[in-house]
Design a protein around this ligand. Structure first.
Ligand SMILES: [Zn+2]
Length: 173
């Protein structure tokens, strides 16, 4: 039985005790951009916040792409979140290859170079990555100035968050 088949079966049991009030319109308070890595999945535990308060945007890395910026703007301006946390982590898989290497590897493995060069948003240093993300989000004109944009690195060995401060004060746009 595949994982999805087992999950569909388990869902029928889940639905029997499901609280329908959870289906009301969400009112998250904070937007968190984090990595697809399963070690970042317990955000409620890591951040000590109710699950319902956290609007989660996940990509590999994470990468703050144009799509992620659009989601952050919806999160702030439509759903009403009032803070943004960019949550990176140690030991990220996206630091274990470069985009060029992965493009070459997949081209060789599949024999089809047509998707290359594909952007995988690999990076090297989680702190530097966080600083660049803060800059990218902070400088977007549709992210309101009164919305704090902060970044942290989650240490997968200790469970501790370390805040990353921008190197320089944000210049006026
Ligand atoms: Zn990661």
């Amino acid at each position: 039985m595949s994982i999805i088949d087992r999950a569909l079966e388990a869902n029928r049991a889940y639905a029997k005790t499901y609280d329908p009030t959870l289906g009301r319109r969400p009112a998250p308070k904070i937007a968190v951009v984090t990595c697809m890595d399963p070690r970042l999945s317990d955000l409620s535990g890591i951040l000590g916040l109710p699950q319902a308060d956290i609007d989660v945007i996940r990509t590999g890395g994470p990468a703050v792409t144009d799509d992620v910026l659009a989601e952050l703007i919806v999160s702030n301006r439509v759903l009403g979140t009032t803070e943004i946390l960019l949550l990176n982590h140690t030991g990220c898989g996206f630091t274990t290859f470069t985009d060029d290497e992965l493009n070459a590897k997949l081209t060789a493995a599949t024999g089809d170079p047509s998707p290359a060069p594909m952007r995988f948003f690999s990076y090297t240093d989680p702190e530097q990555h966080t600083r660049e993300q803060i800059e990218r989000v902070r400088s977007h004109p549709w992210i309101a100035d009164d919305v704090p944009v902060r970044g942290c690195v989650f240490d997968v060995e200790t469970g501790l968050l370390r805040e990353v401060l921008p190197l320089v004060a944000h210049p006026a746009a």
